[in-house]
Design a protein around this ligand. Structure first.
Ligand code: NAP
Length: 474
């Protein structure tokens, strides 16, 4: 029998309604309801774009609200500028020319927003100039109209932020329960019903992936109606897979090599970290739209915090400049590390990574023994993001003497979790340094991904022992 799922009216919906009501009330109270008699920009002001901004921006976290809000503001500003520019063409943009102009502003709006990596700005960048062109706003009114849309959107974003600050965060309220104490949880025993939502990991190769074990363990422990599969997808076929996943009703998927970069331009909405790293490892499919996230950087920060290490003010020596190094380094910089020195064997790759940091806190260095000793002596956190020491590979550090240059007590992290203790960590621990392996990152990035898929916060501390047990039994 078909089961009806009753949607839950959660805090996010309540926040949206409150923000919209507040926006309307503020504009109405000030008498700003598109009253032409006011003239100038005041005559063009009303609550509509503020309400729309609230609907789009009232997300479950302040960060999401801010990111969406900034994208919206950018979209409106780009759209306003495009519309005004086209109207300046005068008779060229009249009659049949206007049809072409409407198409041209859409192409230009989307293209520009994708160029500046703001896919969430695309819609407004098209809507504003289309409205300007289609409603035939003329003369100075066109500038007032565009400026009014920007002001309304800014007011809406501000109201959305205030509402999000004032009302409780639904990620706290809707936290999925931890398993009851004493209740035995059998990893991987996921109950499959007709309503069960599908998730998977894609990659090439992917059959070695531990993600199904990790995710299904959490799904079973939390009693969620999801199933997580392993899905090989050949290199270059991310777009076909995405269409297929939408058609097959997948709720989302994780991506590993070689798809993380290919997925970026395929997303309808890109989270700030995914845009910054230029890589997507988590895709949520909602209402046919693909929302791309990257949980590696945030997962690493959570793992660091769990080990009692804060990123703020740290001088970091980071070894490696591959995919994992990129996420970790850029996230450390964004989270207030004083500087992050990228020591990489291939200098050009290290330099390219440093150039990506909008805050300019990354700087390149060499990978020779002298370079590593110098950087170790000058850091207060050392992180290995190379594959040196990873199980199943031949690679190993030729010289560990750089560890002796570390100041006493400087923590050493290795992203590798297999083996649980690499030679680097063994030696660091023997010298008295706190040592952290990559298991924390593995767990936290997976927890964050499941949080995105399900829209609920998950108690990572409760999940960690279950995941460790499931991985060691697998
Ligand atoms: P990647 O993109 O292939 O990058 C590999 C990095 O290692 C590059 O910087 C490379 O330097 C360096 N490297 C490889 N062999 C080297 C050698 N012989 N001497 C010096 N440097 C060498 O790999 P990735 O995806 O960033 O992964 C890096 C490590 O992080 C892997 O061990 C992976 O298992 C681990 N990781 C762990 C997690 C987790 O959840 N804990 C997540 C992601 C990754 P060049 O640029 O010079 O080639």
């Amino acid at each position: 029998m078909r089961q009806t799922v009753i949607p839950h009216i959660g805090m996010r919906i309540v926040k949206t309604a409150v923000a919209v009501m507040l926006s309307y009330a503020v504009f109405a109270f000030l008498g700003l309801t598109y009253r032409e008699e006011y003239g100038g920009i005041w005559g063009k002001l009303g609550p509509l774009y503020a309400c729309i901004a609230c609907i789009v921006c009232t997300q479950s976290t302040l960060g999401q609200t801010l990111r969406q809000g900034v994208s919206r503001l950018i979209g409106v500003a780009v759209g306003g500028a495009l519309g005004v520019l086209v109207l300046l063409l005068g008779p060229l943009a009249e009659g049949p020319g206007r049809v072409l102009a409407v198409g041209a502003v859409c192409v230009a709006g989307v293209w520009f927003c994708l160029l500046i990596r703001r896919p969430a700005a695309c819609a407004m960048a098209c809507i504003v100039p289309c409205v300007l062109l289609i409603t035939g706003v003329e003369g100075a009114d066109r500038y007032y109209y565009a400026a009014a849309r920007i002001l309304e959107t800014a007011a809406g974003v501000l109201i959305a932020l205030l509402v999000n600050l004032a009302l409780p965060d639904n990620r706290q309220e809707e936290t999925a329960p931890a398993p009851a104490p004493g209740k035995e949880v059998k990893p991987m025993q996921v109950e499959v019903k007709n309503t069960t939502k599908k998730l998977c990991v894609i990659g090439d190769p992917v059959l070695h992936s531990r993600s199904p074990v990790i995710q299904n363990t959490m799904i079973a422990a939390l009693g969620l109606d999801y199933l997580y599969l392993c899905q090989p997808v050949a290199r270059g076929e991310a777009a076909q897979w995405l269409a297929c996943a939408k058609l097959a009703g997948y709720a989302g998927f994780n991506a590993t090599m070689p798809h993380k970069v290919d997925l970026v331009p395929l997303m309808d909405v890109l989270d700030a970290d995914a845009a910054l790293f230029g890589a997507v490892n988590t895709v949520c499919i909602r209402d046919g739209r693909a929302l791309g996230f990257n949980t590696d950087g945030a997962g690493f920060l959570r793992a660091l915090a769990e080990a009692g290490i804060q990123a703020e003010g740290r001088r970091v020596a980071l070894l490696g400049a591959g995919g994992a190094a990129k996420a970790v380094a850029l996230k450390l910089s964004a989270s207030g590390a004083e500087r992050v020195t990228i020591c990489n064997r291939t200098a050009a790759r290290g330099e390219a990574l440093c150039a990506l940091d909008p805050l300019g806190r990354l700087r390149p260095a060499g990978f020779g023994p002298d370079d590593l000793r110098r950087e170790a002596a000058a850091c207060d956190l050392l992180i290995n993001c190379t594959s040196l020491g990873m199980g199943g590979t031949e690679g190993q550090f030729e010289d560990f003497s750089f560890l002796e240059a570390l100041e006493p007590g400087v923590p050493v992290c290795d992203l590798i979790y297999n083996p649980p203790e690499t030679e680097l960590l063994r030696r660091a621990r023997a010298l008295g340094h706190p040592a952290m392996n990559g298991m924390g990152l593995l767990i936290h990035q997976a927890v964050l991904a499941l949080e995105h898929f399900t829209g609920t916060a998950i108690d990572a501390a409760a999940m960690a022992p279950l995941i460790r047990a499931a991985l060691s039994a697998d």
